[in-house]
Write a protein that binds this ligand. Structure first.
Ligand SMILES: C[S@@+](CC[C@H](N)C(=O)[O-])C[C@H]1O[C@@H](n2cnc3c(N)ncnc32)[C@H](O)[C@@H]1O
Length: 243
């Protein structure tokens, strides 16, 4: 199997959960880029008079993005409740095993059906490497908009190469020289790293996703590309539910 249909992605992550942290550790800049996006979210959190802010790491996986979020909150001195949501039980097991994430409320749920997850007021959502993987991006973003408080912030962190020929070729090289061979070693038989290659080629371009966010109802949509060797491939979008 080389392709994953929408909705089957979390179960594919179950099968690579144990080697996922090793794989991302071999990707230079992965954690630093997540920290940069997490800081972008923390800077944009609205005031929440009388209660602690609540932030959600949506598609938290094994907790790499959650760790970035917790660190950004701590560095900014923000005492927030942190919820991690993922569809993969295997990835959540990895996240729950991390002492540094002991304060995080990890839950298994479908990110495309958040309204039933009884989250309470949500002031910020980090979605790292998630939006590309769901069956309906518009439905996912609409659910996020619904659960955010007025003025609440969303940060999307993901690969996007479609609108740049240079980034597209750099992505082919990154995948065929590094990601797919390493995936073959760390998770033999899994389709997930070939799926990663194809799904990024199929994903929205930078302006395409910005337009999608506005069309769903987000305002103040901003974008920046990652620094370093993946400039043009890894991106951060920030948007807000209207105040
Ligand atoms: C590439 S991993 C990223 C994990 C983490 N955010 C990080 O940055 O390392 C994508 C995660 O999204 C989850 N996922 C994909 N579709 C989902 C859905 N519809 N609902 C919940 N989780 C989903 C997968 O199970 C997987 O753990």
């Amino acid at each position: 199997m080389t392709e994953l249909a929408g909705g089957t992605v979390p179960s594919a992550f179950d099968r690579v959960a144990r080697s996922y942290d090793l794989m991302v550790a071999l990707s230079p800049g992965y954690h630093a880029q997540l920290r940069s996006s997490a800081r972008a979210l923390v800077e944009a959190l609205p005031d929440t008079p009388g209660r602690r802010p609540r932030v959600v790491d949506l598609g938290c996986g094994s907790g790499a993005s959650t760790a970035a979020l917790v660190r950004a909150l701590d560095e900014a001195g923000v005492d927030a409740e942190v919820v991690g949501i993922d569809g993969s039980a295997g990835m959540l097991d990895q996240a729950r095993g991390k002492a540094a994430l002991a304060r995080v409320d990890f839950r298994q749920a479908d990110a495309e059906r958040l309204t039933g997850a009884e989250l309470g007021p949500v002031d910020g959502v980090l979605a790292a490497y998630l939006v590309r993987n769901v069956s309906s991006r518009d439905r996912l973003l609409g659910e996020v908009l619904d659960v955010l408080t007025d003025g609440g912030a969303l940060v999307v962190h993901d690969y996007s190469v479609r609108e740049s020929r240079v980034a597209t070729w750099a992505w082919h090289l990154t995948c065929w020289l590094v990601v797919i061979p390493l995936g073959f070693v760390t998770a033999p038989g899994s389709p997930i790293y070939r799926y990663l290659w194809r799904s990024v080629l199929d994903f929205d371009g930078v302006q395409g996703l910005a337009g999608r966010l506005r069309a769903v109802g987000f305002t103040e949509v901003e974008h920046r590309s990652a620094a370093g060797w993946q400039r043009g491939q890894v991106h951060t979008w920030r948007a807000r539910r209207p105040r």
